[in-house]
Design a binder for this molecule. Sequence first.
Ligand code: E4P
Length: 216
Amino acid sequence: MKIFLDTANVEHIKEASSWGIIDGVTTNPTLIAREGRNFEDVVKEICSIVDGPISAEVVSMKSDEMVEEAKGLAQIHKNIVIKVPIMPEGLKTMKRLKELDIKTNATLIFSPNQALLAAKVGATYVSPFIGRLDDIGHIGMDIIRDIMIIFENYKFESEVIVASIRNPIHVIDAAIAGAHIATVPYDTLRKMVKHSLTDVGIERFLSDWEKVPKVK
Ligand code: E4P
């Protein structure tokens, strides 16, 4: 399973990337705004840290403008993937970007139908937002299971990025469902590596090691 980091914070990206487990990064306008920095500068810096797909989102609402925006973003670095919201103008845009050989990530997916349509226009990635579904009383992971079956039935090439992850259990469930990628917030990633028994174990080994007679 590939793990992407869902953040625009370069310090977090540097740290997680040094662990050797980060395959890509997803950003969105909210995550970029949180950093209080110029969009292009942040994206460029992320591309210099992680050698994998880096999603950057368009904010235009009309296909012609989305395509122009996407062309500009794609010039920043070869690894840029254009995040496009799922809606009719977004579908048109992803189809056109596919023809231009520009990779896309269909974002704000909340149903298997939306994922199906994104796959049909050749989106490189589809991003179902499971946490936001959980927030309103649905079982977000259900749509991941359905999407995986649909994509397998028709051998769609789009990869599923499980997005809007809120906790480590979401990552496990995504992996069990066979999702290609989980895009994980930094705090969730830290929780994934931690276990209280590991901490106690390390402490005990270190204190017992102190009791071992050292060679003179
Ligand atoms: C995915 O690409 C999005 O950036 C992200 O997962 C959204 O998550 P949120 O619901 O925590 O904002």
